[in-house]
Design a protein around this ligand. Sequence first.
Ligand SMILES: Cc1ncc(COP(=O)(O)O)c(C=O)c1O
Length: 365
Amino acid sequence: MKAQLTRPELDALPSYLPSPIPLDSSGAPQAPDAARLALNELPFGPLPGVLEAIIAAAGDSNRYPDMAAVALRNALADRHGVTPDRIVTGFGSVYLLELLLKAVCEPGQEFVFPWRSYEAYPVVAVGGNIRPVQVPCAADFRQDLDAMSAAITADTRVALICNPNNPTSTAVTRAELTKFIDSVPESVLVVLDEAYGEFVTDPDVPDGLVEYGDRRNVVVLRTMSKAWGLAGLRLGWLAAAPEVATAMRKLLAPFSTSTFAEVAAIAALEQEKEVRRRVDFITAERARMYPALKALATQAPVSQTNFFWLPMADPAAFAAHCEAGGVLIRDFPEAARVTIGTAAENDRLLEVTATADKLLTARID
Ligand SMILES: Cc1ncc(COP(=O)(O)O)c(C=O)c1O
């Protein structure tokens, strides 16, 4: 028998997430004209000023970036009214979550999070030798905060709420979140992953940084990948208590905020008005599309994000049907997830879904 060279726990993780964007053998998209509604990206090009900032920085490509990303941390701090010592930046918010777990959990301690939720959560847990504790969402696809509170044990170090939740598109309210945070022992960090926070229109859903940011055991995780349109540059950030941020910065992979990500993010932060205009467009499209999608997948929750969660009988066949019609979406075992794109892309999606076999999209309860 061959000796095992890697940790056996990794055998249970998915070894490869195939790209939902089909690629040819050279890595180029097979259907370049397809509507890319699979990855919850914004469909628009870079914000004004972003390209110029990247080009202006290109001459320094031979130099390392600023390890501490001071200029970007100052810009984020100014915009959000927090001190720069509380901010950590890095190549994507998933990476920062991984780092946070490393900074606070001893091997074998627990990380509590909702499920179904973002697929990277169990992976970063197992990667860090931390025990993932997945708390099922309620029947209406909303996170069950009472069950999450009950799941916290003496071994729990981190509990995460994804607000709004990917992939189910639902959000928890201020009353629910306040009760949950109040119920968590001070020694447990509560992470609020607000990757899609900019798309929230329900006034009962809180902005975690504004409403809970000053609590010592709350960490607010944000990304420039979604509303800010910088997914390809990889830039996430978080705000935490100064001692948590300091501990994390000790563990950062060297230079993990690239020169280009930093200058692009600073330029993007100057375009708040345009970001708001783009987000308003997406939320208006969300309102326009919902009735047709709800008729198709009757359990589809009201979305607080830039995507819809469509529970149905055969999501994989539905995704194949959409792909044949030039629309790339994401299928999960129990539902399809479709991102809101440009008006033309959304129209194409609605046309394609109108011809889907009713058996695929039938209710599954
Ligand atoms: C809930 C959630 N958190 C974090 C991320 C990752 O963001 P980033 O691109 O900053 O790594 C995603 C990406 O899809 C997400 O859905």
